[in-house]
Design a protein around this ligand. Sequence first.
Ligand SMILES: NC(=O)c1ccc[n+]([C@@H]2O[C@H](COP(=O)([O-])OP(=O)(O)OC[C@H]3O[C@@H](n4cnc5c(N)ncnc54)[C@H](O)[C@@H]3O)[C@@H](O)[C@H]2O)c1
Length: 296
Amino acid sequence: MKNIAVIGAGTMGNGIAHVFAQNGFSVNMIDVNAAQLEKAVQNITKNFDRQIAKGAVTEEQKLNALSNISTYTDITDGVKNAELVVEAATENAELKLKIFKLIDEAAPADAILASNTSSISITKIASATKRPQQVIGMHFMNPVPVMKLVEIINGYATTKEVTETIVELSKQLGKVPCVVNDYPGFIANRILMPMLNEAIYSLYEGIAGVEEIDTIMKLGMAHPMGPLQLADFIGLDVCLSILNVLYAGFGNTKYAPCPLLVNMVTSGKLGTKSGEGFYTYATGNKELVVSERFKK
Ligand SMILES: NC(=O)c1ccc[n+]([C@@H]2O[C@H](COP(=O)([O-])OP(=O)(O)OC[C@H]3O[C@@H](n4cnc5c(N)ncnc54)[C@H](O)[C@@H]3O)[C@@H](O)[C@H]2O)c1
């Protein structure tokens, strides 16, 4: 495999393009938003500079990788030579179904179509195409150049050969692949999200404060970041939407999102991206400051 198309040049798309380009693949990076494509190339350049500062790559490797990336605003154009398409567009089921229908029509018949979705059913995404056996989940973690895991999700129709190809390819990128089946939340979010939700419930019920909950999980369980800080980092709107997928998919109240989380999202407190969640995030201030609302 040589030619990869990546759809969506946001947080995940630019990271995915980065690792493929770094490993010698030719990458077509596609986004409907031209400004986003420009920003993505700048981000990739910055992230390479960071790797150079750490001695992980050379200037020559950076230039080679950057020369492997071309940008497109038109999906049909961008996927026409692709052997693998990795979709990392906005997390919206309707949008992804539309994109997969389009790439199914435009990409070569033998191309594998992968989605980086965090929670949308791969089987459902595959049903928008005429090649469900060649559709698979390739769930990279953020930040992609740093995080080792790729959670590989078999849709109901995915063939063994396609899974094996994606496992081998992930290894070629220096990643560690783990194969799971397609049920709500897959494995990563099925286990992570209830933990974050439970931390929010503990705060909501007044059992402990923000700092206590995060400190207990950091120092007691050796987690690098407390669950409330992690929820802020992921985005509280993203956490809410994944919990709703789990709740709807299993019909079990143990996945019901905490009413405090729902209220925070409704009032626009989304975590780091909005400047406030369980903590406040002022630009230039790296210190963790508990949000006024949760101060004792
Ligand atoms: N951010 C994370 O931590 C994370 C981790 C793992 C998986 N994911 C998944 O990765 C995917 C992307 O997430 P993100 O955080 O990078 O989102 P993002 O909002 O940063 O980027 C999404 C990009 O998709 C583009 N886009 C929207 N519609 C498009 C279309 N029709 N064609 C081409 N591009 C289009 C947008 O312009 C935007 O640049 C989602 O499915 C998300 O669930 C995110």
